[in-house]
Design a protein around this ligand. Structure first.
Ligand SMILES: Nc1ncnc2c1ncn2[C@@H]1O[C@H](COP(=O)(O)OP(=O)(O)O)[C@@H](O)[C@H]1O
Ligand SMILES: [Mg+2]
Length: 235
């Protein structure tokens, strides 16, 4: 086992205050995610899956407990450091793709680089390379409306990869896709994890588990089970 896990959580809690009430969304979460693992987080609606994913990506901070990324605490970063961490270390994939409708596929992929100060001319070749990697080299100039759901999600996967992040976080990436298209996205995420990234995915899709190396179930903000599994479908 390497000295530092990709992610190591210890006794993490997260509460939301709504009106006068406090909702405890995460209630003492401890877990370890290694480099190269494809992990799925499953559990009923409201069990804390999205909250956990947001904390892993420093989109939010815990009320207590520690979250270490490659040995460094990220749970207590200030907002600027959080945003730098997200930009450099994490790629996000969402259920509804979150592509910009007026931009072409390659421009959507290039956005994180452009926001990071890389010029268009330098960003474009890398964006095209990634589109090729996700099987979309012939769709680089299409806008999102001219793509299928599965193709849009492939663009989003390529965009998540362009900063070479160590960690890919996906919230219901197959939730808006038919099962065959969803399976091809899962295979792609499995390949990405196999190449040395860690991929953590929240999903309702029980079939997705077959693509994963670890399955964590949440229930009422606590870990119900955390099992290392053999992938039954490999990329
Ligand atoms: N921004 C928020 N404000 C208040 N309560 C929230 C917020 N986000 C989530 N919650 C509550 O926290 C709990 C966990 O939510 P969530 O992490 O979204 O669960 P899941 O993704 O498993 O459906 C739920 O009870 C939900 O109502
Ligand atoms: Mg959710």
């Amino acid at each position: 086992m390497p000295k530092h896990a990709m992610l190591e959580l210890s006794e993490v809690t997260k509460e939301y205050r709504v009106g006068g009430q406090t909702v405890r969304a995460l209630d003492g979460i401890s877990l370890r995610i290694e480099q190269g693992e494809f992990t799925s987080i499953i559990g009923p609606s409201g069990s804390g899956k999205s909250t956990l994913l947001h904390l892993l990506g420093a989109l939010d901070t815990p009320n207590s407990g520690s979250i270490r990324f490659q040995g460094n605490e990220i749970g207590t970063l200030d907002e600027d450091s959080q945003s730098e961490f997200r930009r450099k270390r994490v790629g996000f994939i969402f259920q509804f793709f979150n592509l910009l409708p007026t931009l072409s596929a390659w421009e959507n992929v290039a956005i994180p680089k452009l926001l990071d100060g890389t010029g268009m001319r330098k960003a474009k070749p890398r964006a095209l390379e990634l589109l090729d990697q996700v099987g979309l080299s012939d769709r680089a100039n299409h806008r999102p409306a001219e793509l299928s759901g599965g193709q849009m999600q492939r663009v989003a996967v390529a965009r998540a990869l362009i900063m070479d992040p160590a960690l890919i976080l996906a919230d219901e990436p197959t939730g808006n896709l038919d099962s065959k298209t969803g399976a091809s996205i899962l295979a792609l995420l499995g390949e990405i994890a196999g190449a040395g990234n860690s991929v953590v995915m929240v999903t309702h899709d029980m079939g997705a588990v077959a693509y994963c190396d670890r399955v964590i179930t949440l229930r009422d903000g606590r870990i119900g089970s955390n099992d290392s599994v053999e992938r039954s479908v490999s990329a």
